[in-house]
Design a protein around this ligand. Structure first.
Ligand SMILES: Nc1ncnc2c1ncn2[C@@H]1O[C@H](COP(=O)(O)OP(=O)(O)O)[C@@H](O)[C@H]1O
Ligand SMILES: [Mg+2]
Length: 450
């Protein structure tokens, strides 16, 4: 099997126009393997389509279940976590490519993480209650393989090549581990693209960003914070700065809510899910964990949200209300770290807030997969020499110094079979690009507030 890949990050990416004509032999694929959700997009007759990969849903929750012979992933695993939490693995993106000592073990993980002969291993319970040991790459491969299969049935042809996105804050070891996972998922040609750049390509393909604009890309993913500053010059994105925090993500906000409700349940209802770890209590804890994610999402749009105590213990028919303001107070430490990263990235370029023309807040839903597909399309329609000419290898990233591999000539996939029926799905939301005025209202207010 020929396996070629580029694990190289560049400091220039071209702005790419969406494909106008449909050429099924190209079949570009972009995969966003998220901490909490995965998303994949392809090219169809009508442009770039996000594929429904979890039954009729487009995003796939990044939960993997091992209780049956063949591991499965997605919403079904979330729905069954109550019964199979001991066989469930999630947050794998917070583990992959890290050394054991640099992994922050979350007490809410139902699986064990340990070191064996210098490698990180995950132990979970497999089919027929047998203990199983897996590498983070093998677990991530389940998600990628699922996406690959769904894309193959959607497109009616095999997939050998894909662009896979990673947080800009990922180092070379994490990138290599992600490529390894993709290889285990039987992808043969793999290209890596930073998530915020993918989102920016999406935006730039739909709306013109004025020449010479300086754009701050802000991506708070499930597990990592990425801040990139790019300049738009000659139809290219020039990365001026890329930094982040590998230990700060949306999942930490879930944990803040979780700890809050655990304390209130213990104090106000004598429901102790903190100390007593029998199976019934663990089950309630995982239920609470999923509810906290929903509550966090609700607080994005509503001033207040609540936990129905009956969801945890049917003996109580009350709600524990949480206001957005209170949640922001509880999250003050995390918000301060975000503020610090934003200011640090701007200051390091000797710029001020007023030098930033736009802020692009990365939509966690589909914008990354869409941009990755645009990039895949670009790579398939541009000769290797042209790609190498335009894409100067990134030198400013604070990454490891392992040698980088160069893009190899692309092997075209075989002739397609008849594609399956197209499923046309409108992209319901546009990526959010805030104008300078809005920065003043949102970013500066945010920076001042915390
Ligand atoms: N509507 C929403 N409101 C608040 N947070 C959201 C919303 N939708 C998604 N998120 C959060 O955004 C994060 C998405 O992360 P994801 O893209 O899966 O991970 P990553 O980008 O780190 O790989 C999660 O923490 C999720 O809870
Ligand atoms: Mg993401």
């Amino acid at each position: 099997m020929l396996t070629t890949f580029s694990n190289q990050l560049f400091n220039i990416y071209p702005i790419i126009n969406p494909p106008k004509n449909y050429d099924p032999t190209l079949n570009p694929v972009g995969m966003d393997v998220g901490t909490t959700r995965c998303c994949v997009a392809v090219n169809r007759n009508d442009g770039i389509n996000v594929v429904a990969i979890d039954n009729s849903d487009r995003p796939l929750p990044s939960y993997i279940g091992y209780e049956e012979k063949v591991p499965k992933c997605g919403q079904i695993v979330c729905s069954r976590i109550k019964h199979h939490f001991k066989s469930t693995v999630f947050d794998i993106k917070r583990i992959i490519g890290k050394s054991f000592g640099s992994i922050v073990i979350d007490p809410n993980w139902p699986f064990k993480v340990f070191e064996e002969n210098g490698s990180v291993k995950i132990s979970t319970i497999g089919c027929e209650n047998v203990d199983i040991l897996l590498s983070p790459e093998e677990i991530t491969a389940v998600l990628i393989k699922h996406m690959k299969k769904e894309v193959e049935s959607f497109q009616g042809q095999s997939i050998f090549e894909a662009v896979i996105t990673v947080p800009a804050a990922f180092n070379q070891t994490q990138i290599n581990a992600t490529i390894e996972a993709a290889k285990l998922a039987e992808l043969e040609i793999i290209h890596i693209l930073p998530e915020p750049i993918a989102a920016c390509l999406t935006y730039a393909s739909q709306q013109q960003i004025p020449e010479n604009s300086t754009v701050l890309l802000f991506d708070l993913g499930g597990g990592t914070l990425d801040v990139c500053i790019v300049k738009i010059e000659h139809e290219n994105l020039h990365i001026l700065k890329s930094c982040g925090d590998q230990y700060l993500g949306g999942r930490d906000f879930d944990t803040i809510l979780m700890n809050h409700f655990l304390a209130v349940l213990k104090e106000g209802y004598q429901i102790d899910l903190i100390n007593d770890f029998d199976n019934a209590r663990l089950l309630k804890r995982y239920k609470l964990m999923l509810l906290c994610q929903e509550i966090k999402h609700d607080l994005q749009t509503a001033e207040s949200a609540w936990l129905d105590v009956s969801d945890i213990d049917p003996n109580f028919d009350t709600q524990i209300i949480i206001k957005r303001d209170d949640f922001e107070k509880l999250s003050a430490g995390l918000l301060l770290r975000i503020k610090f990263k934003i200011l640090e990235s701007i200051n390091s370029l000797n710029l001020g807030l007023n030098d930033i023309d736009f802020v692009l807040q990365v939509d966690p839903d589909w914008a990354v997969a869409y941009g990755a597909t645009l990039y895949s399309y670009y790579l398939k329609t541009t000769s290797v020499n042209e790609v190498m000419e335009e894409a100067v290898p990134e030198v400013a990233y604070p990454q490891d110094t392992e040698p980088v591999q160069v893009v190899q000539p692309v092997e075209k996939p075989t002739q397609p079979e008849t594609p399956s029926a197209p499923i046309h799905e409108e992209l319901d939301e546009k990526p959010r690009l805030h104008t300078k005025d809005k920065i003043k209202r949102e970013l500066i207010r945010f920076v001042k507030k915390v």
